[in-house]
Write a protein that binds this ligand. Structure first.
Ligand SMILES: [Zn+2]
Length: 72
């Protein structure tokens, strides 16, 4: 790996990172999970995926390491 790589848009989710699933329909916060997870919103029944999930202003990602939860 050379140091020369210039990638300003590093928005893609890294492997092993969790994202927060928020229902795009009703805004309910569901859970933290891997981006390829699908879960059903218990409030409105909408299937929320890593693609259609509602993103927060600062779309944080957490490593699977639970120690990071201390940040909250
Ligand atoms: Zn919902």
């Amino acid at each position: 790996m050379k140091k020369k790589q210039h990638k300003p848009e590093e928005t893609s989710v890294l492997p092993g990172m969790q994202v927060e699933f928020i229902c795009p329909k009703c805004g309910r916060r569901l859970a933290w999970a891997l981006p390829d997870t699908e879960m059903r919103c218990p409030a409105c029944g909408y299937w929320v995926t890593g693609k259609n999930r509602k993103k927060t202003e600062n779309d944080l990602m957490l490593p699977l390491d639970d120690d990071q939860l201390i940040l909250f």
